[in-house]
Design a protein around this ligand. Structure first.
Ligand SMILES: Cc1cc2nc3c(=O)[nH]c(=O)nc-3n(C[C@H](O)[C@H](O)[C@H](O)COP(=O)(O)OP(=O)(O)OC[C@H]3O[C@@H](n4cnc5c(N)ncnc54)[C@H](O)[C@@H]3O)c2cc1C
Length: 452
C-alpha cells in the first residue's frame, strides 16, 4: 500500500468539516488520510442556534454529527493540547481519557473557530462570573432554562420592583447575534407570561446596550433604522453609544455610571480567535491573536500549515481580513482543499478570495432584514427568506425535514416552557430574589418550603 498523505484538521466546525468534505473527493486519487480532531462529535449549525435556544426548534436539530457529515474522514473526539512543528505532530487528549496522545501530520489545517470576546477585568468587570454567552449549544439551552427559572421566581414574588428586575434582560452588543437574541427572547418570554397567574407582558423588559451609534451597523442606514423602529415598537430599549463597564449579579453599570437592575445579562459584544492558538507553539499570530495567513491560506512562514474560518486572518482583495462568518468559512473550505491538492501535486497555490454574499437578520415575530447582493428587504419577506435560505443550507435532508417540521408544529402548537436542567449553580445563587416569596395564601396549597 502506498504511503498515505495525512491531513490533520484541528476543529470540525464549519471550516473544518466542510474542508474534510471537499478533500474526501481526492482520497483515492491522492492516497489521503483525513483526520479531524474536535472536542465534540458534532458541529453547531449556528444560524439556527438562537431559535434552538428559544424553543422554535429542537436543539438536536441544529447539531450536525461530524462522522455523518464527513463520512470518509476519521474523527478523534479530543481536546487539542500542543503542537510541535519540528516533528510535525499535534498533541491532544481524547475526551474522557486520562493521558495525552500525539499524531504526526503531513499537512495541518487550523480551523479552531472563535470565542466570545471578553475584555480584561480592568475594562469590564464581572462578565465571566455573571453574564451568559451565546456561542455554544449549551449556552442557548442555559439561557432558555434561566429565562424559565426567572419567570417562576418572578411569579412567586410580591415585590413589584424585584419582579421587574428579575424579568429585565440586558443584551450587550447590538450587532447581528445580539439583535437576533433580543428579538427571539422577547417573543419567547412575553408569550410565556400567559401561563403565569401573577405576571403580565409589561413586567418583562429588554435592553440592548451597544457602543456604536446604531444597532446592526453592518447594514445600510435605512435598514438599521427600520430594525430599530420595529424593535422599539415592541418595547425593546436600544441604548446606543453606551457601553457596560461592570456586570454584577443583579445589575450592570454603564459607561455613564448608571446602574441598571436586571436578572440576566447576555454578552454578545464581539468575538476573538480561539485562545488555544496561543498554546500551539510556532504558529504565526497577528495582533488580535488570530492565525496570520497568506492569501492562499498558508500560515505565514510555515510549510504545509493552513488556516481557515474564524480563527484565521486571511486577507481579502481589499487587504482587510475576511469576516468571521459561516458563509465565509464554508466557501473558504474548497479553496483550501484545492490548494492542499495543488501543493501535493507540486503545482503553485492560488489566492482564494471570498466575499460576504449577504446579511440576513431575523428580528422575531416573523420580521427580519435582509441585504443580499443588490436586494434589500425588510419585514415578513426578509424573515421568510432567512428561513428559506438557512433551511436549504442546513446539512442533510433528514435534518432539514426535522427543522421544517419544528417550524410547522410551532405554527399550531404552543411552545413547551420546560427546563432542560442546565442553569449553572453559580447563576442560581447570584440571581435569587431576597425575601420576596408570595405568602402561602397567594400561591395556593404548596408544600412546606417549596417556594425556595
Ligand atoms: C449565535 C450565532 C449565530 C451565527 N449566525 C450566523 C449566520 O447566520 N450566518 C453566518 O454566516 N455566520 C453566523 N455565525 C458565525 C459562524 O457560526 C462562524 O463564523 C463559523 O462557525 C466559523 O466556522 P469555524 O469553523 O471557524 O468555527 P466553528 O464552527 O466554531 O468550529 C470550531 C470547532 O473547533 C472546535 N474546537 C475549538 N477549540 C477546540 C479545542 N481546544 N480542542 C478541540 N476542538 C476545539 C469546536 O468544538 C468547533 O467544532 C453565527 C455565530 C453565532 C455564535
Amino acid at each position: 500500500m502506498a504511503d498515505l498523505t495525512r491531513i490533520v484538521i484541528l476543529g470540525g466546525g464549519f471550516g473544518g468539516a466542510y474542508l474534510a468534505q471537499a478533500l474526501q473527493k481526492h482520497i483515492r486519487q491522492h492516497d489521503l488520510e483525513i483526520i479531524i480532531i474536535d472536542r465534540n462529535n458534532f458541529f453547531v449549525f449556528y444560524p439556527l442556534l438562537v431559535e434552538a435556544g428559544t424553543g422554535s426548534i429542537e436543539p438536536r436539530h441544529c447539531s450536525v454529527p461530524i462522522r455523518e457529515f464527513a463520512r470518509r474522514s476519521e474523527l478523534f473526539m479530543g481536546e487539542i493540547k500542543d503542537l510541535d512543528l519540528e516533528s510535525r505532530t499535534v498533541g491532544y487528549r481524547l475526551i474522557g481519557d486520562d493521558h495525552d496522545r500525539s499524531i504526526r501530520f503531513d499537512h495541518l489545517v487550523v480551523a479552531l473557530g472563535s470565542v466570545t470576546r471578553i475584555l480584561p477585568e480592568h475594562i469590564v468587570s464581572g462578565v465571566r462570573e455573571h453574564a451568559f454567552e451565546m456561542k455554544h449549544m449549551s449556552d442557548a439551552v442555559v439561557i432558555r432554562d434561566r429565562a424559565i427559572e426567572l419567570l417562576e421566581l418572578a411569579n412567586a414574588t410580591e415585590d413589584q420592583d424585584e419582579r421587574r428586575r428579575l424579568l429585565h434582560f440586558i443584551i450587550v452588543g447590538g450587532n447581528v447575534t445580539g439583535i437576533e437574541v433580543v428579538g427571539e427572547l422577547e417573543n419567547f418570554i412575553r408569550d410565556a407570561t400567559v401561563q403565569y397567574h401573577h405576571l403580565r407582558r409589561e413586567d418583562c423588559s429588554f435592553t440592548v446596550i451597544e457602543g456604536s451609534p446604531c444597532i446592526l451597523g453592518i447594514l445600510p442606514q435605512h435598514q438599521h433604522d427600520w430594525a430599530a423602529k420595529k424593535l422599539e415598537a415592541r418595547a425593546i430599549t436600544l441604548r446606543t453609544g453606551s457601553t457596560v463597564k461592570e456586570v454584577h449579579a443583579d445589575h450592570v453599570v454603564t459607561s455613564e455610571d448608571e446602574s441598571i437592575p436586571c436578572g440576566t445579562v447576555i454578552w454578545t459584544a464581539g468575538i476573538a480567535p480561539n485562545p488555544v492558538l496561543q498554546e500551539l507553539q510556532g504558529l504565526p499570530l497577528n495582533t488580535f491573536n488570530g492565525l496570520d495567513c497568506n492569501e492562499d491560506y498558508t500560515a505565514k512562514g510555515l510549510d504545509r500549515v493552513w488556516g481557515l474560518g474564524d480563527c484565521a486572518s486571511i486577507p481579502c482583495t481589499n487587504g482587510k481580513p475576511m469576516p468571521p462568518l459561516a458563509q465565509i468559512a464554508i466557501r473558504q473550505a474548497p479553496q483550501v482543499a484545492a490548494n492542499i491538492i495543488a501543493s501535493i501535486e507540486g503545482r503553485p497555490t492560488t489566492a482564494g478570495h471570498v466575499a460576504v454574499q449577504g446579511i440576513l437578520v431575523p428580528l422575531g415575530r416573523h420580521r427580519g432584514v435582509a441585504k443580499l447582493k443588490g436586494l434589500r428587504l425588510e419585514g415578513f419577506f426578509a424573515w421568510a427568506m432567512w428561513r428559506a435560505i438557512y433551511l436549504i443550507k442546513t446539512p442533510g435532508w433528514r435534518r432539514r425535514l426535522r427543522v421544517l417540521m419544528d417550524w410547522f408544529m410551532n405554527m399550531f402548537c404552543k411552545r413547551d416552557y420546560v427546563q432542560l436542567g442546565m442553569v449553572p449553580a453559580s447563576h442560581r445563587e447570584f440571581h435569587a430574589p431576597q425575601h420576596t416569596a408570595r405568602s402561602q395564601e397567594d400561591v395556593g396549597d404548596l408544600d412546606e418550603g417549596s417556594p425556595d
